[in-house]
Design a protein. Structure first.
Length: 243
């Protein structure tokens, strides 16, 4: 599958036939005007016919040209609402956790990152396969805000690879401890709802300082499968990374 869609052979034949027809009618019309052989009624009819053919051709070409991008965007939205199954490697979970808890010697505060992945609509599965690290414009113990330009660049990079690749995880650290610290806040849910409405097949992942992680969504139902060792399930969608 590709973002665009190549014109079919039938479409090319239709365009060729229409162009030939327009050329023939144009030649007849030009001769009629030059030699005055057609009455005014026939001349007007030819004008209308030429305009109609040009209009049909233009609309058809415009429709075909627009179908590729529109199809891609609708595909992303449709897939995000069909109960996808997320298959997440424990190595990916540990990689995301290690990045988020690395405070570079500074005070413990919230931190964020994204994960992109492969979307397979035939099996209805989403597999995270790499992380994206946008800059953060504001960080504190209670919140984190991504730099708008850096976040936009990260999302634009992913959009160039739709629909086979997409943003699939939004991750951030809650600098608390225990499974109660990874419950999404009202701000987390509001922010995630905006991502879902943007058409991304995305779920959220909240990590704690001591290795708990909880996966969540707001308006999208999903299945979750975590594969590999080193991570223990402690709730329906909550896990503990073994230290």
């Amino acid at each position: 599958m590709s973002p665009g869609r190549e014109p079919s052979l039938t479409f090319l034949r239709i365009m060729s036939a229409l162009l030939v027809a327009i050329s023939v009618v144009g030649v007849i019309f030009a001769g009629a005007l030059m030699f005055g052989t057609f009455p005014q009624m026939y001349t007007n009819a030819l004008v209308y016919l030429i305009l109609l053919l040009v209009l049909v051709l233009s609309m058809h070409v415009a429709f075909e040209a627009s179908r590729g991008p529109v199809q891609v965007r609708r595909k992303a939205v449709r897939f995000a609402r069909e109960f996808p199954r997320y298959v997440i490697s424990t190595m990916m979970i540990e990689e995301l956790y290690n990045y988020l808890v690395d405070q570079k010697g500074g005070p413990t505060s919230e931190k964020m990152c994204f994960a992109y992945g492969i979307v397979d609509d035939e099996t209805n599965t989403v597999t995270p396969c790499g992380k994206l690290l946008p800059d953060m414009s504001e960080r504190s113990w209670a919140s984190v805000i991504g730099d708008p330009r850096s976040v936009h660049e990260a999302l634009s990079r992913i959009d160039r690879h739709l629909p086979d690749h997409a943003l699939v995880l939004t991750c951030h650290l809650h600098p608390g401890h225990g499974p109660g610290s990874v419950v999404p806040s009202s701000t987390d849910r509001r922010t995630h709802r905006d991502m879902e409405r943007g058409g991304y097949p995305v779920i959220g992942a909240i990590f704690s300082q001591d290795g708990y992680v909880h996966f969540f969504s707001v308006g999208v139902k999903f299945d979750l499968s975590v594969t590999g060792g080193g991570v223990k399930r402690v709730g329906k969608r909550t896990f503990r990374i073994n230290s």
